[in-house]
Design a protein around this ligand. Structure first.
Ligand code: CO8
Length: 258
C-alpha cells in the first residue's frame, strides 16, 4: 500500500514514521487511517518489532490535527475518537512489539499514540502532555485511561486537568518513559532493543505481552490463571523445545515461531 502521511519500512524490525513535519506530525483522519493500515500490513508478515517515530526534528506527534477538528460535530468527534481507539487497540493486539521513539513533542493524541505502544524511549528534547483541556476538550484517544494505568491516577489526573507539558526527565521520573537519551542516540538505542527482542522466541514474546495485557485491570487470581495458561501453552511449541535444548547444548537458539 502507498502512504501519503507516513513512511513505512517493513522488515523483521520495521519502522513507521509519521511524516507531516509542517504541522508537527499532527494526526488527521487520513494519518490515523494510514497508521491503522500500516499496523494491519505489518501484522501479516514476519515483523517482530515496529519502531514508531516522528518525521523532522521537532515532534513525535503534536496531537490530533486541530484545524481538522475545529469544526467537527459531536458525531464526527465520536467517530474520530473511535478511529484513534481502534488504532491503539490494533497496536496493543498486534503480533509485533511496538516501541515509541519520541523525538520531540508528544502532546495530546501524540502522547496517547506513544502510550498505545509497548513502551516509550525519549530523546532529551522530548516533551509530553495532555493539553486538550486548554482547547476545551479532553483526551479522546485513550489518554484518560492509558495514562493513569501507566503513571497512576493522581499524576494522570494532574496532567489531564492542568494541561501541563512536562520535559523528558520528568516523564522518566514518573515512569511514562523507559529512558531518556541524547537525540542522536534515540534511533540506535531503540534499534538495539529491537534486535534483542527479535532474537527471542517469537511466540513467547507475543504470549508475554498478551499475559500482561489481559491481566491488566483484573484481580491477581484471574491474572495468574491467564499467565498459567499462556505459560503452559508455551510447552506445546517447537520454540520451547529449541530454546531449552539450545541452552543445555550451550548454543544460540534458532527459533522458528512455531
Ligand atoms: N494540529 C494542527 N496543527 C498543529 C498542531 C496540531 N496539534 N500542532 C502544531 N501545529 C502546527 C502549527 O499550527 C504551526 O503551523 P503554521 O506554521 O502553519 O502556523 C506548525 O504546526 C508549527 O507549530 P508552532 O508554530 O505552534 O510551533 P511552536 O514551536 O511555536 O510550538 C507546540 C509547538 C507547543 C507543540 C504548539 O504547536 C502547540 O501547542 N501545538 C498544539 C498542541 C496541542 O494542543 N495538542 C493537542 C491537540 S488535541 C488532541 O490531540 C486530541 C486527541 C484526541 C483525539 C485523537 C483521535 C485520533
Amino acid at each position: 500500500m502507498s502512504y501519503q502521511n507516513i513512511r513505512v519500512e517493513a522488515g523483521a524490525i520495521a519502522s513507521v514514521t509519521i511524516d507531516r513535519p509542517k504541522v508537527l506530525n499532527a494526526l488527521d483522519r487520513q494519518t490515523v487511517a494510514e497508521l491503522r493500515a500500516a499496523v494491519a500490513e505489518l501484522s501479516g508478515g514476519g515483523t517482530r518489532v515496529v519502531i514508531l517515530t516522528g518525521g523532522g526534528d521537532k515532534a513525535f506527534v503534536a496531537g490530533a490535527d486541530i484545524s481538522a477538528m475545529a469544526d467537527m460535530s459531536m458525531e464526527e468527534a465520536r467517530a474520530f475518537a473511535g478511529e484513534g481507539h481502534a488504532l491503539g487497540d490494533a497496536l496493543e493486539g498486534a503480533p509485533f512489539v511496538s516501541i515509541a521513539a519520541v523525538n520531540g513533542f508528544a502532546l495530546g493524541g501524540g502522547c496517547e499514540l506513544a502510550l498505545a505502544c509497548d513502551f516509550i524511549h525519549a530523546s532529551a528534547k522530548a516533551k509530553f502532555g495532555q493539553p486538550e483541556v486548554k482547547l476545551g476538550v479532553i483526551p479522546g484517544f485513550g489518554g484518560t485511561q492509558r495514562l493513569s494505568r501507566r503513571v497512576g491516577v493522581a499524576r494522570a489526573r494532574e496532567l489531564c486537568v492542568t494541561g501541563d507539558v512536562i520535559a523528558a526527565d520528568e516523564a522518566l521520573r514518573i515512569g511514562l518513559v523507559s529512558s531518556v537519551v541524547p537525540p542522536e542516540e534515540l534511533g540506535p538505542k531503540c534499534r538495539a532493543i529491537a534486535e534483542r527482542i527479535a532474537k527471542n522466541g517469537p511466540l513467547a514474546v507475543q504470549a508475554a505481552r498478551r499475559a500482561i495485557r489481559l491481566g491488566e485491570g483484573t484481580d491477581l487470581v484471574t491474572a495468574n490463571a491467564i499467565e498459567r495458561e499462556l505459560f503452559a501453552a508455551g510447552f506445546g511449541t517447537a520454540d520451547q523445545k529449541e530454546g531449552m535444548r539450545a541452552f543445555l547444548d550451550k548454543r544460540e537458539a534458532q527459533f522458528e515461531g512455531r
